[in-house]
Design a protein around this ligand. Structure first.
Ligand code: PLP
Length: 366
C-alpha cells in the first residue's frame, strides 16, 4: 500500500495512518460468503478496533451488512444516525441500570442476566432484544440455572422480546483445545431450553472452526480489520498502514547514550533517526530496544533506547548517509511488518496494537 501525501493536514502530522476501507469491506464480503446462508454482522466496538467506526460503518452497510455490534450504548448512539433504519445495533455491555429508556429505534440491548431480562420485560414488554448465555467463559450472560429459570417462566421469556440468543467462545483461536466443542454443546443445550430464537456463537476465529459454529449470525471483528485471529484463518487482507516522520537525524560517537535512563549506549559510531511516535500514540514503551523496528523500503531499522511519550529512536546506520531527510516517513505497520508481527515481538496480540493506535496520526481512508 502506498500513502498519498498530497492531503491537506498530512504534512503537519507526525504520522499518517492509512486505513484501506476497500480491504475492510472485502474482508467482510469474504467472511459473509464463507458462512452463507448464515449472515455476517460487523463488530465495530472500540471505534472499530481503533480504526474509526464512523467512516467504516456505512461502507459495510452498503456491502450488505445489517447487524452491528458495539460494546457501549454511547457507541450505538453515535452510529445510529449514520446508518439507515434497517440496520440494527447491538449493545454488548448489556442493560446497565438507568439505561433502559435509551433503547429502541433499532438499538437492542444484549440481556446478560435474568435480572436484566426482567427489567427489559417490565419496561419494554416484547420489544426486540438479544439474550446472551454463558457457555463456559464466565464473562457475561445467563448461566445454566438462569436459563432454566427463564425457560420455566414462559410469560417472562416472551416479554423479553428476544430475537437472538448468543454466546462467545473463549478458545476458538486454539482449534486443538477441546473447549470450543464443549461450548458448542452448551450452546445447543441453551437453545433447547430457550427455543425459537436465531443463534449466534462465532466471532472471527470461531468462523474458521466450520459450519457447526455458524448458526444464523456470526460476529467477526478483528478479521475485518486484517488481524490474524486463528491458524485456520484465510482470505483476510491487511488494512492498516502506519508511517511516521523522521523528526531529526544525528550521528553519535561510540559510548554515547540514547534516551531516558541511558538504557542504550552505542558501541560504535551510530547514525540515529528520532521518529514521531511514542507511547502516547500507542507505540508502547514495551517496544523499547528491539521489538518496535521501523522500515525504510526493505531495510529494517532497529529501535534503540527507551520509547518516550512522543518519540523513539532507530538506528539508521544500515542506510547510506544522506538517504533519509527530516520529514521523511518510515513504515511502522505495513507490508514489511504487520500489526500482528509488531504485537508478537512485544508479547501481545494484534488486537491490542490496533486498539491502542493514537489520535494524533493523520488518518486517511482509502
Ligand atoms: C469482541 C467480540 C467479538 C468480535 O471478536 P473478534 O475476535 O474480534 O472477531 C464478537 N463477539 C463478542 C461478544 C465480542 O466481545
Amino acid at each position: 500500500m502506498s500513502v498519498s501525501l498530497d492531503v491537506s493536514g498530512a504534512a503537519a502530522a507526525g504520522g499518517i495512518l492509512a486505513i484501506d476501507v476497500g480491504a475492510v469491506v472485502a474482508n467482510w464480503q469474504s467472511l459473509a460468503a464463507r458462512i452463507a446462508p448464515a449472515r455476517s454482522a460487523a463488530v465495530v466496538k472500540a471505534d472499530a478496533y481503533g480504526l474509526g467506526a464512523a467512516p467504516l460503518a456505512r461502507p459495510l452497510y452498503d456491502a450488505g451488512c445489517r447487524d452491528f455490534f458495539v460494546v457501549a450504548l454511547s457507541e450505538a448512539e453515535a452510529l445510529r444516525p449514520l446508518l439507515p433504519s434497517d440496520a440494527t445495533l447491538y449493545v454488548l455491555n448489556g442493560l446497565l441500570p438507568g439505561t433502559v429508556a435509551a433503547y429502541g429505534d433499532g438499538v437492542l440491548p444484549v440481556l446478560n442476566s435474568l435480572a436484566q431480562c426482567r427489567t427489559w420485560a417490565g419496561a419494554k414488554r416484547g420489544q426486540p432484544s438479544v439474550i446472551q448465555v454463558d457457555t463456559g467463559m464466565s464473562r457475561l450472560g445467563l448461566d445454566a440455572a438462569e436459563q432454566q429459570a427463564l425457560a420455566s417462566d414462559p410469560g417472562l421469556f416472551a416479554a423479553t422480546g428476544a430475537r437472538l440468543i448468543m454466546s462467545h467462545l473463549a478458545c476458538a483461536d486454539e482449534p486443538v483445545k477441546p473447549a470450543s466443542g464443549e461450548q458448542l454443546a452448551a450452546f445447543h443445550a441453551a437453545r433447547a431450553r430457550l427455543p425459537g430464537l436465531a443463534g449466534s456463537l462465532a466471532a472471527s476465529s470461531g468462523i474458521f472452526l466450520g459450519p457447526d459454529y455458524h448458526f444464523d449470525l456470526c460476529r467477526p471483528g478483528a478479521s475485518l480489520y486484517g488481524i490474524e485471529t486463528s491458524p485456520l484463518a484465510e482470505g483476510i487482507r491487511p488494512v492498516v498502514d502506519l508511517r511516521v516522520r523522521v523528526l531529526q537525524l544525528r550521528e553519535i560517537e561510540a559510548s554515547t547514550s540514547v534516551g531516558y535512563g541511558y538504557s542504550f549506549r552505542a558501541s560504535r559510531t551510530t547514525r540515529l533517526a528520532t521518529l514521531a511516535a511514542g507511547y502516547a500514540d500507542g507505540w508502547w514503551r514495551r517496544f523499547s530496544g528491539g521489538a518496535g523496528a521501523a522500515y525504510f523500503g526493505d531495510t529494517r531499522l532497529p529501535s534503540v533506547g527507551r520509547v518516550s511519550m512522543d518519540s523513539f529512536s532507530v538506528d539508521v546506520s544500515a542506510l547510506p548517509a544522506g538517504t533519509l531527510a527530516e520529514g521523511d516517513l518510515l513504515e511502522l505497520i505495513g507490508p514489511h511488518q504487520s500489526a500482528d508481527e509488531v504485537a508478537r515481538a512485544a508479547g501481545t496480540i494484534g488486537y491490542e496494537v490496533l486498539t491502542s493506535l493514537g489520535r494524533r496520526y493523520y488518518r486517511v481512508y482509502r
